[in-house]
Design a protein around this ligand. Structure first.
Ligand SMILES: Cc1ncc(COP(=O)(O)O)c(C=O)c1O
Length: 385
C-alpha cells in the first residue's frame, strides 16, 4: 500500500459546492462569461505575433519532434537578454515557474536545512520546501512596519545556522510589494556571508515600476525563477525558465524531470513574445496601472476597507476587509456567483487569510469596472448590521 506523503498540506481546497478543487477550476475555466481576476493571469494581449508564431508552428507539424532538452538556444539567449544577464549565466527552459521552483528547491535543500519564506506569500513554495527540508520558516509580513514584505532585517532575525534558502518573491504575490536596490544589496550580503541561496522569483517583474535582480548582486548565490505566464499572457502554455551560474545549473541539471524538453509550441510562442515585447509592453503596463486606480477608487468608498500596498508593483493587489466585518470567503463566493473570479486571502496566507481578498487586474478595463460595481454591491449585502 502507498500512503500519502506527509508534506505540508497543499493550498488547494475545494470551494463550496464543488467536490474537488479541480472540478472548481474546470467550472470557472469553461464559463465564458467569467471575469478572470483570480489567477494573476494576463488577458490583455491582442491577436499578435505570439499567436501567429504558434499557429504557424501547428501548421508545420514541427511538434511531432522533440525539442532540444534544455530549450531552443534562440529562446535561451532571448531570456538572458531580456534580463540583461551576460553569457556567464546558464539557463534551462522549463514547463513554467512552478517546475523551476521545484527543481531549485529540491536541488538546494538538504533534510537538515530550513528555508525562509513569508506569509502572505506563494504557498506552493512552502509546500515544495517542506518536501526537501527539515522545516520552513514562514515569516509574518502582513504589517506596515516591514512594508508588507520580507525585509533583510526580518531575515537576519529569523534565520539560523540551518537556513539554506531565502525565498524572495519580487514583486510579491499577493500584495505587490517589491524590493529596492538597497534591500537587494543587503540580501546579497546575507547570502554571501552565510553561503546560502536566494531563490529570486521574478514572475511579476515586468509589472514593477523599478526592479533589481539578485543575480546582479550575488550571482554565486542566486537562482532566478522566470515565467511566461504573466506579462506574456501565456499561463496555459506552461513555460518558464531557471537561471543561474554554471556551478548551480550543473547541479540543477542532475535532477531534471522533463528530460525530453519543454513544449515546442510554447517555446515558439515564447520566442515571438520576447521578440515583440517592445511593441506591447507599454500598453499592458499602462492598462494595468489604470485598472489598479479604478480598484483603489472603489475601495476608498468602503468604510473599513483598504489596500495594504498601493500602488502594487504586480498585476494583483490585496484588499483588506477586516474592519468591514466581511468574511473574505463570503466576498469571494458572492463575486463568483456574479461571475467575477477573485481569491480569498487563505489562498495565499495561513495567518492572515481572514483579512483580505486578492484581486488581479491585467484584464480589460470593462471587467474591472464590473468588479468595482459588484464589489460595492457585495459590501452592501454582506456587511454585518
Ligand atoms: C510567485 C509565483 N511564482 C510562480 C508562479 C507560477 O508560475 P508558472 O505559471 O510559470 O508556473 C506563480 C503563479 O501564480 C506565482 O505567483
Amino acid at each position: 500500500m502507498i500512503s500519502p506523503k506527509t508534506y505540508a498540506k497543499a493550498a488547494r481546497v475545494a470551494p463550496k459546492g464543488f467536490k474537488t478543487a479541480n472540478d472548481f477550476f474546470d467550472h470557472v475555466f469553461k464559463d465564458k462569461e467569467m471575469i478572470w481576476m483570480g489567477q494573476n493571469t494576463n488577458h490583455l494581449h491582442e491577436d499578435t505575433e505570439i499567436m501567429d508564431a504558434m499557429i504557424s508552428c501547428v501548421n508545420s507539424r514541427e511538434y511531432c519532434k522533440y525539442p532540444p532538452p534544455e530549450g531552443f538556444p534562440e529562446l535561451k539567449k532571448l531570456v538572458l537578454e531580456d534580463l540583461g544577464l551576460g553569457e556567464k549565466f546558464e539557463i534551462l527552459i522549463t514547463a513554467g515557474g512552478t517546475e523551476s521552483l521545484h527543481l531549485c528547491i529540491n536541488d538546494v535543500l538538504e533534510p537538515q536545512n530550513n528555508a525562509i519564506t513569508c506569509d502572505p506569500g506563494y504557498l506552493i513554495i512552502d509546500n515544495f520546501a517542506s518536501r526537501f527540508s527539515h522545516s520552513v520558516i514562514s515569516v509574518p509580513i502582513y504589517n506596515e512596519e516591514c512594508g508588507y514584505k520580507l525585509t533583510p532585517k526580518l531575515v537576519r532575525e529569523y534565520m539560523d545556522e540551518n537556513t539554506k534558502l531565502i525565498s524572495l518573491i519580487d514583486p510579491l504575490n499577493p500584495l505587490g510589494s517589491c524590493y529596492t536596490k538597497e534591500e537587494m544589496e543587503e540580501f546579497a550580503k546575507i547570502a554571501t556571508e552565510n553561503d546560502i541561496y536566494l531563490l529570486h522569483d521574478i514572475t511579476y517583474r515586468d509589472f514593477a515600476r523599478d526592479h533589481h535582480l539578485a543575480a546582479n548582486y550575488a550571482p554565486e548565490h542566486t537562482i532566478t525563477i522566470y515565467s511566461f505566464s504573466k506579462i506574456f499572457g501565456m499561463a496555459g502554455l506552461r513555460i518558464g525558465a531557471t537561471i543561474g551560474l554554471p556551478e548551480i545549473m550543473k547541479s540543477v541539471r542532475s535532477i531534471v524531470i522533463n528530460d525530453l524538453g519543454t513544449n515546442v509550441l510554447s517555446q515558439t510562442g515564447a520566442i515571438a513574445a520576447l521578440k515583440s515585447k517592445d511593441q506591447w509592453i507599454d500598453h499592458i503596463c499602462d492598462t494595468t496601472r489604470n485598472n489598479q486606480k479604478i480598484i483603489k477608487d472603489v475601495v476608498d468608498k468602503v468604510e473599513g476597507a483598504f489596500i495594504p500596498v498601493y500602488p502594487s508593483d504586480g498585476n494583483m493587489l490585496a484588499i483588506d476587509l477586516k474592519d468591514t466585518g466581511i468574511d473574505p470567503q463570503a466576498m469571494t463566493d458572492y463575486l463568483l456567483e456574479n461571475k467575477v473570479f477573485i481569491r480569498q486571502g487563505s489562498y495565499t496566507s495561513k495567518l492572515f487569510g481572514d483579512r483580505y481578498i486578492r484581486v488581479s487586474f491585467s484584464v480589460p478595463e470593462e471587467h474591472v469596472k464590473i468588479f468595482a460595481e459588484k464589489f460595492l454591491e457585495a459590501v452592501d449585502v454582506l456587511r454585518p448590521i
